[in-house]
Ligand binder design. Structure first.
Ligand SMILES: NC(=O)c1ccc[n+]([C@@H]2O[C@H](COP(=O)([O-])OP(=O)(O)OC[C@H]3O[C@@H](n4cnc5c(N)ncnc54)[C@H](O)[C@@H]3O)[C@@H](O)[C@H]2O)c1
Length: 451
């Protein structure tokens, strides 16, 4: 997608009735109608690793133009112009991006502690929002984001791309069609064994107070002296990140909720420890969570077990196992359904009984299950079906396509703030459970921490 000069025609329509009484800021009163042929002008806020990926995927969607980038580290603004052209508007202050009337949507890829504030500010400034996962850093932040979206009517999508994946869609279809019988358990894991996988990202040699707006990075976090590792390795600190639960469990919750239709667990318990990456971080590198999902009209009762291990000697792997009464569905790259039919008779364990008792037992057993000579017809198949996506398939691109489609159509999308909060909530409560050493009770319908 080229970066041509602005050619879009926006139909700006100001609705006065009703809105005048609503007390919304002047800019909120602008009801933008975007025709299918209009260009969508997006801005990126937070131009690090994922923000760069989001901006790239977004620009692959036809009709999208990247016009502005905000970051608090000057090096990333320079890099943005190197990558996407000198015409970009760049600023260290994201509010300057929100003040621009020519921007339709923002991609928010800052550290987690900024997500809720920038999302709310953006929607109140009449921008549509693609915000990276986890939607919020603290459970307490969730309601305000949900409310802001409802109040402003903006499109907001959270960036857990599995929700737009054809692989997860296939898994959902298979589960709903009864491919594994009745679901009773879900296991998911994410194992790694290298420094970058464990968040030890490079710190640039020009990380100086002149090149970094330190106060704006800290935001609502406690004031601490300038320390580049806190910015470039922010995941390692609870002040800015959300540990492995907010970073990785949240993807697993999002994917699993999409496949099962679940809204969330009612009980959350997590444990783990810091075992290897003792680089000053204050979050665990081995982490396990257990979750209760009682029966609802969308799914039977099941339990969820999640694991992240950054010290896994066998290297990186991640996936899901949906365990059902008639089979197991695995998601790892593609979807695989494996079935081993249950034995048609229960069998027996009589060898340790006295001989006479064995004979009596056998007589009874054979009466109930008469011995039959095995025939070809009686052989039952061990089934394995595999569904693989096309070689270069990108769920991330599909997620951005879905976002831009919703920006154009103004129709609701799947991973809205309610979905995002229902995935973030139990992930963040896993941290509460771990750090406070307790079981948390959660109401997934009202999205409230009960105790
Ligand atoms: N969807 C996914 O698969 C996926 C993958 C990786 C990261 N993420 C998410 O993306 C977000 C960013 O992660 P990352 O790995 O790109 O981190 P990163 O550190 O590479 O990038 C974050 C950027 O935000 C900037 N920043 C910090 N405070 C800011 C502010 N107030 N205003 C503007 N910019 C600010 C930083 O300078 C940095 O350039 C995180 O929330 C993370 O959870 C999602």
């Amino acid at each position: 997608m080229g970066l041509s000069t602005p050619t879009r025609r926006h139909f700006l329509q100001t609705s006065t009735a009703g809105l005048a009484a609503s007390g919304l800021a002047a800019q909120d009163r602008v009801d933008k109608k975007i025709s299918p042929n209009d260009r969508i002008r997006v801005a990126l806020i937070g131009a690090g690793g994922m923000g760069t990926g989001d901006a790239e995927s977004s620009q692959e969607v036809p009709g999208v133009e990247l016009v502005a980038v905000s970051d608090i580290y000057q090096g990333r603004l320079i890099r943005a112009k190197e990558r996407w052209g000198n015409q970009l508007f760049t600023t260290r202050d994201y509010r300057e991006v929100l003040a621009r009337r020519d921007i339709d949507a923002v991609l928010i890829a800052t550290p987690d502690h900024w997500h809720s504030q920038i999302s709310i500010d953006a929607m109140e400034a009449a921008k549509d929002v693609y915000c990276e996962k986890p939607m919020v850093q603290r459970v307490d932040d969730g309601r305000a984001v949900v409310e802001a979206q409802r109040k402003t009517g903006r499109i907001m999508q959270v960036g857990s791309q599995r929700v737009s994946s054809i692989v997860y869609e296939k898994a959902r279809e298979l589960l709903q069609a009864g491919a594994i019988g009745e679901l009773n358990m879900v296991e998911a894991w994410w194992d790694r064994n290298n420094a970058i996988g464990a968040w030890e990202y490079s710190i640039p040699p020009d990380a100086t107070p002149q090149n970094i707006d330190w106060d704006r990075f800290l935001g609502r976090a406690p004031r601490v002296p300038f320390e580049p590792a806190r910015l470039f390795r922010w995941r390692n600190y609870r002040d800015y990140g959300t540990g492995v639960a907010g970073d990785l469990f949240v993807h697993l919750f999002s994917g699993m909720h999409f496949v099962t239709g679940a809204h969330g667990p009612t009980r959350v318990f997590a444990t783990g420890g810091l075992r290897f990456w003792k680089d000053g971080r204050d979050v665990p590198d081995v982490f396990l969570g257990l979750y209760d999902y009682p029966a609802t009209d969308r799914h039977p009762a099941f339990n969820l077990a999640l694991r992240v291990n950054f010290v896994s000697g066998a290297g990186e792997s991640s996936g899901f196992r949906f365990v059902g009464s008639e089979g197991v569905m695995t998601i790892a790259g593609g979807v695989t359904v494996s079935k081993t039919p249950r034995e048609t008779e229960p069998g027996y364990t009589i060898d340790t009984f006295p001989k006479a008792v064995q004979a009596e037992f056998l007589a009874g057993y054979e009466k109930k299950y008469p011995p039959r000579r095995p025939s070809a017809d009686s052989l039952r198949p061990e089934e394995q079906e595999q569904y693989l996506p096309p070689r270069h398939y990108s769920d991330h691109l599909d997620h951005h396509r879905n976002f831009i489609a919703a920006v154009r159509s103004r129709q609701p999308l799947v991973e809205d703030p309610v979905f995002g909060f229902r995935a973030a909530g139990p992930a963040l409560l896993s941290n509460v459970s771990y750090f406070e050493q307790r079981v948390c009770k959660w109401d997934p319908e009202s999205m409230t921490l009960l105790s």
